[in-house]
Design a protein around this ligand. Structure first.
Ligand code: MN
Length: 256
């Protein structure tokens, strides 16, 4: 089992080290992660500039590779031949802050796993549901959860056309209540546009506003995290709205 570990927070992020260390008992681990923070960068394919790759070491002295591309570029580089050995699984994270609901479309953590699925390799994204009030990020228990999830996925067989979006409560090990399989819930963004003037009187804008919340409905990722459970949401890249396609096909398009 050859596991590629990446993230969107950059190669020096503590969550990446925690995930790499958690994966080592499960197979050969290769690390290729961005050289800077790409959080909320979405799904990126860098085509208009070259990508550079450098050898670095993680805080535990283990070797890693870093690139100036996005998380999805790192996965593409690894799978397109940068790594000699075939990759069997891509894991991404452990991201500080949850990636739930509509976050999955913004998240570099999740889109790294999406890139794996596009290449026909299973992908699993791990995020820790910490927030700005958290005293610390509980990466050690989260690493244990990641180990158990990946071990179970390997044992039961990995889905090639699905990714697993895993969110972990930011709690000590004994306070985590278990695992729930969930659907994406409703993220409530409270973005507000901040319009300011620069010293030369020209307008500029910040997308600001309050921290997003979520609706903790039963069966959702938000609900599981609110109840202290690990949330595992299987995601597919086929975003087709099948009922709407059926409805649209009954319209009289020839009369338009
Ligand atoms: Mn991030």
């Amino acid at each position: 089992m050859h596991i590629l570990v990446t993230n969107d927070d950059g190669v020096t992020a503590p969550g990446l080290l925690a995930l790499a260390q958690a994966m080592r008992p499960l197979g050969k681990v290769s690390v290729l992660a961005p050289d800077r923070n790409w959080s909320a960068s979405g799904h990126v394919k860098t085509l208009h500039r070259p990508l550079r790759v450098k050898e670095v070491t993680l805080a535990d002295k283990s070797p890693a590779l870093t690139s100036d591309g996005a998380p999805s570029d790192c996965v593409a580089l690894a799978l397109l031949g940068l790594l000699d050995e075939k990759v069997d699984l891509v894991v991404s994270g452990i991201n500080p802050y949850a990636n739930m609901g509509h976050d999955v479309t913004y998240s570099g953590t999740v889109t790294a796993a999406m890139e794996a699925v596009i290449a026909g390799i299973p992908g699993i994204a791990f995020s820790l549901a910490s927030d700005e009030n958290s005293a610390q990020e509980e990466y050690i228990p989260a690493g244990h959860v990641a180990y158990r999830v990946v071990k179970a996925a390997i044992r039961r067989g990995l889905y090639k056309d699905l990714l697993l979006n895993v969110n972990i409560p930011n709690l000590p090990e004994e306070a985590i209540n278990g695992v729930r399989i969930t659907r994406l819930g409703l993220r409530v963004y409270r973005d507000a546009l901040d319009h300011r003037l620069d010293p030369r009187g020209r307008s500029y804008y910040w997308i600001g506003g309050d921290v997003p919340t979520g609706v903790p409905d039963e069966g959702t990722d938000f609900g599981a995290i609110a109840d202290g459970f690990v949330s595992i949401t299987p995601l597919q890249l086929d975003m087709t709205a099948y009922p709407a396609a059926q409805e649209l096909s009954t319209w009289q398009w020839s009369e338009l």
